[in-house]
Write a new protein. Structure first.
Length: 91
């Protein structure tokens, strides 16, 4: 059994009004991104994250926790779908 723990360091832009000229928004748009990725595009990324979280323009993903304190892992696949095939691009 797992549950949500505190927020981690993975974020996503929410559906609220974000400045369309925002360099971070244009880089990540609808994909989750790590805090460390912002360092490349926002020198003041810590201040930026705090402001965006306060304005509910960015949401934070929770760390997954196991009820008994055991370690857990999460994995995902990237899938390419075309008109005649489906290809899993991750191993």
């Amino acid at each position: 059994m797992i549950h949500n723990g505190p927020g981690g360091n993975i974020y996503i832009f929410s559906g609220t009004k974000v400045d369309q000229n925002d360099i971070a928004f244009n880089r990540f748009k609808t994909i989750p991104f790590a805090e460390r990725w912002l360092y490349e595009v926002k020198p003041d990324y810590e201040k930026y994250l705090k402001m965006m979280m306060k304005n509910k323009q960015i949401s934070e993903f929770a760390i997954l926790k196991e009820h008994r304190g055991s370690m857990i892992a999460q994995s995902e696949h990237t899938i390419l779908m075309s008109s005649d095939s489906v290809v899993v691009t991750t191993l």
